[in-house]
Design a protein around this ligand. Sequence first.
Ligand code: ZN
Length: 141
Amino acid sequence: MIKICRPVKGDFIITNDYFGSSQWYKIHKAIDIRTKCAEFPNGIGRPILAVFTGSHIVSGSSVNGGIYYFLREADGLEARYYHLDKIRWQEGWTTRFIGDVIGWSGNTGKWTTGAHLHLEFWKKGVQLDPEPYFFNYIENL
Ligand SMILES: [Zn+2]
């Protein structure tokens, strides 16, 4: 299994209290990270990082997920980020390197009740349990 880096610098809390279940990450197969911290008291605008080196697949805006960004590494593993405030991508940018800023945290989309990052892992069209990836991350970059 590849190592990923943490999607934000500094401390963060994996949260589920927006959703009312301690096992929510298992139910919706995603990790929710509260982006609020001392430096970003409202949780908006915190840099969001590429968890591995990969290519930009698609980004845009959806009603429920808000502003999203999909990154795919060479073996086909995808990281899908949701509820961003802004994405950092422009025509001609493809590969992002581990730890690069890919966007900024936000509270966009209907399926959010507080600024957070919703992060999913997919491979070949199948959504994966994020836990093994997430708890296997590289501590420091
Ligand atoms: Zn979520």
